[in-house]
Design a protein around this ligand. Structure first.
Ligand SMILES: Cc1ncc(COP(=O)(O)O)c(C=O)c1O
Length: 416
């Protein structure tokens, strides 16, 4: 008898934690027992109806799921071409998609008898989401953050502290997300007996990319159902997400990976010039390498050390991508593009003025690309964007660095 093909999400990773030639566990042997403990606890719980019911309860009550899909009517009318829809992950409690996997990790930690959550954060969205989940589940929380980001995202630092988290400054190197990840993983190795590492994206050694993807897949599953019901059974032609490690991208892609007719797009930060050190466009300019315990695609210097990276969006300042994203790119399943800081700021103003939505600078990368894509696509097509977070955290920074008039200048108009 012929067996039904396994749906995509159950085919990857393989038993060693590989996605094609990417992934695995490249951390020192002393951490392996902790990662094996995590994997077996997760695999046992993931199919348990009690665990799924408890997660659903938190998703509805604390998080505010399901988040809606919204048609960007004004933008579509203005730019013409394909219709643009957004999955409103900005409407999650705490303002971004990160809470989708934070509540999952917190529930997992409690079931495993751990009393503390440790993580890194870039823009602070993951840190706030984790501090929230820790407060709800009565767990301690320690968040590592680059000193540069602590300064830039001070409102999120205040929120984390208010929620009871300890914020640890990472001061090495560029004092940004990569250094925060190094510092957090180091802390986890020391405290692994009683702590769980709740990684901020679909990165790191196996089983983290799989766990983050699975918890984020709620976005894609919901989006697929909602989109089909909005359009009377027609799938989107394009699904678009901004990309750092890949948690929001894998989240929304999850709903469409078994639909080869749906094009998946990843949008990377081109920064202010696209020159080496001035961007964080890993898939566009990177090469195979090892970062944070996994084989993936990495932006690296000639000596193999991770390259300097930069973007106006702190949450995208990371010199790598998750291994599953690297594999999907290798297979030609994802199209990659890069968007400059200038286009991002233009989109921030445009969305605020004409849609009444202030998006996170990270999400503005995806929106800016979707607008360009719409102008060159027929009006019969549909584009679905993961609006991964809201821009409240960015308002002070944007207003003090870019005049409001920038939003009306020719620079902010759409480039086809
Ligand atoms: C709102 C928002 N979107 C996207 C990202 C990028 O992360 P990822 O690629 O894991 O979705 C971040 C990271 O902080 C974020 O805060």
């Amino acid at each position: 008898m012929l067996r039904e093909p396994l749906p995509y999400l159950r085919r990857f990773p393989n038993t060693e934690g590989y996605y094609g030639r990417f992934g695995g566990n490249h951390y020192p042997r002393e951490v392996w027992p902790a990662l094996e403990e995590l994997e077996s606890a997760y695999r046992a719980l993931r199919d348990s109806s009690d665990f799924q019911l408890a997660l659903e309860k938190v998703r509805i009550g604390l998080q505010g799921r399901p988040t809606p899909i919204h048609f960007l009517e004004n933008t579509t009318m203005e730019v013409g071409g394909a219709r643009i829809f957004v999955k409103r992950e900005d409407l999650n409690h705490t303002g971004a998609h990160k809470i989708n996997h934070c509540v999952g990790f917190a529930l997992l930690a409690r079931q495993m008898g751990k009393r503390k959550l440790i993580a890194e954060t870039g823009a602070g969205q993951h840190g706030v989401a984790l501090a929230t989940a820790a407060a709800y589940f009565g767990l301690e929380c320690e968040v590592h953050m680059g000193a540069t980001d602590i300064e830039k995202q001070s409102s999120n630092v205040g929120r984390m502290r208010l929620l009871g988290a300890r914020v640890v400054a990472a001061t090495a190197g560029q004092s940004a997300l990569k250094e925060a990840s190094d510092s957090a993983f180091h802390a986890y190795v020391e405290q692994r007996e009683h702590a769980l590492y709740a990684i901020g994206s679909a990165i790191g050694p196996h089983p983290f990319p799989m766990i983050v993807r699975d918890f984020q897949s709620v976005v894609g599953q919901e989006a697929r159902r909602q989109y089909l019901s909005l359009t009377g059974g027609v799938l989107p032609n394009h699904v678009v997400a901004c990309l750092a490690g890949g948690s929001n991208a894998m989240g929304i892609y999850s709903g469409f990976l078994d639909d080869p007719e749906v094009r998946l797009h990843a949008v990377e930060p081109l920064g202010n010039s696209g020159q080496p050190g001035q961007h964080a466009a890993t898939l566009s300019f990177g090469s195979p390498g090892t970062l944070h315990g996994a084989q993936s695609v990495v932006l690296q210097q000639e000596d193999g050390a991770p390259a300097q990276v930069s973007s106006v969006a702190s949450g995208l300042v990371y010199p790598g991508v998750g291994p599953e994203i690297a594999m999907l790119h290798d297979l030609g399943r994802i199209d990659v593009t890069a968007i400059s800081d200038e286009e991002v700021i233009g989109t921030f103003f445009r969305m605020s003025r004409f849609e009444g939505i202030i998006p996170a600078l990270e999400s503005c990368h995806a929106l800016a690309f979707a607008i360009k894509l719409a102008t060159r696509s027929p009006s019969t097509e549909g584009i679905l964007v993961n609006l991964s977070g809201r821009g409240d955290k960015d308002v002070d920074y944007v207003l003090s660095n870019y005049a409001v008039e920038f939003g009306q200048s020719p620079k902010a108009t759409v480039r086809r």
